[in-house]
Design a protein around this ligand. Sequence first.
Ligand code: SF4
Length: 270
Amino acid sequence: MDHPALAPVLEVFASIQGEGRYVGEPQVFLRLRGCPMRCTWCDTPGSWDVPAAASARVMTPDGPERHPLWASPFHAITWIGSAEPRDPRTVSLTGGEPLIWPEFILGLRTMLGGRRLHLETAGGHPEALARVIDVIDHVSLDLKLPADLEAPVPSIFEGPDGVRSTSETAPNDLATWRIARRRCLTLVSGRDACAKIVVSGERSRDDYQELLEDVSGLAAGTPVVLQPVTPLGGATAPSAELLNDLAEDARDLGLEVRVVPQVHRTLGIA
Ligand code: SF4
């Protein structure tokens, strides 16, 4: 059943892309609320919920503005225009997990004209990804280690006028994560995409092999970005040896690989 193409917006802001294949590119970020997953290294836990009393924050060159939480694609593109300092930028759709709002994504595309739309996703909702992938110009697909995931929260988010997040269930164990990951990799194969793997000092080289082998087997042309976890909130940065070993493991599998930390953290920007 189709629902109104609304989504809850946490914030809209212009910044520098700090992760993935387009690292360093000035972009404008549209961060949606709502995520049923619980990744150990989540750096945006404030995006998980959709509190009824929340509002959208739009960072304009003249300062922050507050707007209603639930946005149509038209409202979102208006706020994006307000946040951009000058010429239109690539729009990076992030979260939360933006894939739980597929109708909104389809509607947003129709508002964007020729400008690029990038999607950052954890890859837990392959049915939603299949619905929207033809309107996305770049997918940054996080590949999660099962050991870095806690059980998802079984939640469907509801908004005004009957709007609901997708009914597609987030994976909740090793087997369902493996299925979701492989379906997502198959979907992005041959497209403009990257597979991002957060590397933690608390994991071993062996822990990452299945992820690398899945990229090699299902999406061999997709670049892999190894992202050392930012050592905040008790996270342990990986050693240079672990990063070098994983880069070589990826190369041995014929993969294009880069090691890139969260650049926006290094720069001290949002
Ligand atoms: S999918 Fe993204 S927002 Fe959700 S818990 Fe994981 S890192 Fe955080």
